[in-house]
Design a protein around this ligand. Sequence first.
Ligand SMILES: Nc1ncnc2c1ncn2[C@@H]1O[C@H](COP(=O)(O)OP(=O)(O)OP(=O)(O)O)[C@@H](O)[C@H]1O
Length: 264
Amino acid sequence: MDDILTVNGLCKSFGGIAAVQDISMRIPRGKIVSLIGPNGAGKTSVFNLLTGFYEKDAGTIGFEGAPLEGLKAYDYVKRGIVRTFQNVRLYSAMSVLDNVMVGNQYRIRYSPLDIVFNTRRKRRVEEESRTAALALLEELGLSHLAYERCDALSYGQQKKLEIVRAMASAPKLLLLDEPAAGLNPLESEELSVFVAHLIDRGFTILLIEHDISLVMSISDYVYVMDHGRMLSEGMPEQVQRDPAVIEAYIGKRGMQDVIAGKSP
Ligand SMILES: Nc1ncnc2c1ncn2[C@@H]1O[C@H](COP(=O)(O)OP(=O)(O)OP(=O)(O)O)[C@@H](O)[C@H]1O
């Protein structure tokens, strides 16, 4: 199997809190892998370690066969690793199109002189960026919103737009941190179709998500963390039958109740 990312023995502590303890995982190219677990399990800390927001205490992270060491945040995007955040981080006063163009900015190459003199080269590069951004919006069914201000969009549309902006930089690995958080059931369903479409386009995704029915319906493989450790892993149907997961993740509730979205 062609793994795009391999993680071995990853550790990170904050004072007395061992947020990430001996975590190992792998993500095959073109697959969607999910990382789930109760609040405070350490999922976001793993994302922060994978994207250089946190420095690891121990362990190795390999991306496309080479170690991810000593890179600046910007270098992760250049290497093809892009993430979204739990909370929407769009430029709310800018248009949808401009936000997507921000996403592919790192691919734009022109000099400060090109900017000062507004050269033909600068205008051409910007036009290419605009065309690419519009094509992406079209493909993902959001082109009718291209000239809307972001703050005029529904929350569900903003969550999708965040993913589109991340995709605009043509990532090899997309890390999605709770894309369904705050969505109603209909928006959540739309989002799962949207994410499934990204997989059809050949993207590789690592997903953190509390919406278990979404996770179980779209994941190829699931990792479960609890208290900083890896509690379980496997295909969705294996994980949801694992007694350790049922006990730690959902307590006395049945997994079917969680999947059905019933309250505790
Ligand atoms: N920068 C930090 N400083 C101190 N403690 C931190 C920091 N980041 C994470 N932690 C702690 O590490 C533990 C794991 O937190 P993390 O946010 O990774 O969990 P999570 O599984 O993503 O939780 P949630 O599902 O609630 O987002 C928690 O106890 C948290 O308080």
